[in-house]
Design a protein around this ligand. Structure first.
Ligand SMILES: [Zn+2]
Length: 258
């Protein structure tokens, strides 16, 4: 057991505590969230910059299920907006492999799903991207990367998500942290947001710097620390359903108003 495991520190968030106040000269990075490009999410791309900046998130990875277009399109939206100098979007994809999910970051082209984990990682590398393991230690996440696959490929993983706001139990985040520490891998946080409200619930807080390349990101993660607010999965699911129903009703009403 590593000494930091289960030790309450500022890095070990407790459920339902408010996130800490924004610290001057630092910024927050969230490397896992979904948009309207995912089959199970309705967040419009245009809504991200304002909501993220409100939560102090200056670097947001968009990691849609088996899709890359959300992140690429948001990069274009931001480039032509007043947020171009203050908000960075990393285009990513949460790719379903034959043995569970792997995230690719800094991608230019969509990775085809349902390949082996090894082929998926190779495809991410070919584009110069980074490989991130999301919610890799939660047995209740049916799409987590299978333990046998993790054993085969962990040396090719760059970043372990050690705080996912939507794991079934916070202890699985601790298991991820222990694994990352044992293998000296960079550590990240992800909201895994499927609604706008979830944005800001998990992040790496790090000294403010430009993130243009994979190397910039790894350096920022290494200089930062992880913070987050865990959401009980039942509560997260109920909210998502309510939010989606509300959005659909809103769309219907505006489509049918004169
Ligand atoms: Zn996800």
């Amino acid at each position: 057991m590593t000494p930091t495991s289960n030790t309450p520190t500022s890095n070990t968030p407790t459920s339902n505590t408010p996130t800490s106040d924004k610290v001057p000269n630092t910024m927050r990075i969230d490397l896992h969230c979904h948009s309207v490009a995912s089959h199970d999410c309705l967040i419009p791309l245009e809504d991200f910059p304002e909501r993220c900046l409100e939560a102090g998130i200056k670097v947001q990875a968009i990691t849609d299920h088996d899709q890359l277009w959300g992140g690429l399109e948001l990069q274009n939206i931001v480039a032509q907006s007043p947020y171009a100098d203050t908000f960075t979007v990393i285009a990513g994809e949460e790719v379903m492999t034959q043995e569970g999910e792997i995230i690719g970051l800094f991608l230019q082209e969509r990775i085809t799903p349902k390949q082996t984990p090894e082929a998926t990682i190779a495809a991410i590398r070919e584009q110069g991207g980074l490989v991130l393991l999301p919610h890799g230690f939660d047995p209740k996440k049916r799409h987590r990367l299978k333990p046998a696959a993790l054993q085969r490929v962990y040396q090719d993983i760059d970043i372990i998500e050690i705080f996912n706001a939507r794991v079934s139990n916070p202890k699985y985040n601790e298991a991820a942290r222990t694994f990352a520490q044992e293998h000296h891998l960079a550590m990240s946080a992800g909201t895994d947001a499927h609604t706008l409200k979830d944005i800001g619930a998990a992040y790496v807080e790090t000294p403010t710097r430009a993130i243009n390349t994979p190397e910039d990101l790894i350096a920022a993660l290494q200089a930062g620390h992880v913070e987050g607010q865990w959401t009980h999965p039942v509560e997260a699911f109920a909210y998502k359903m309510w939010d989606q129903a509300r959005t659909l009703v809103g769309n219907f009403t505006s489509a049918n108003s004169p």
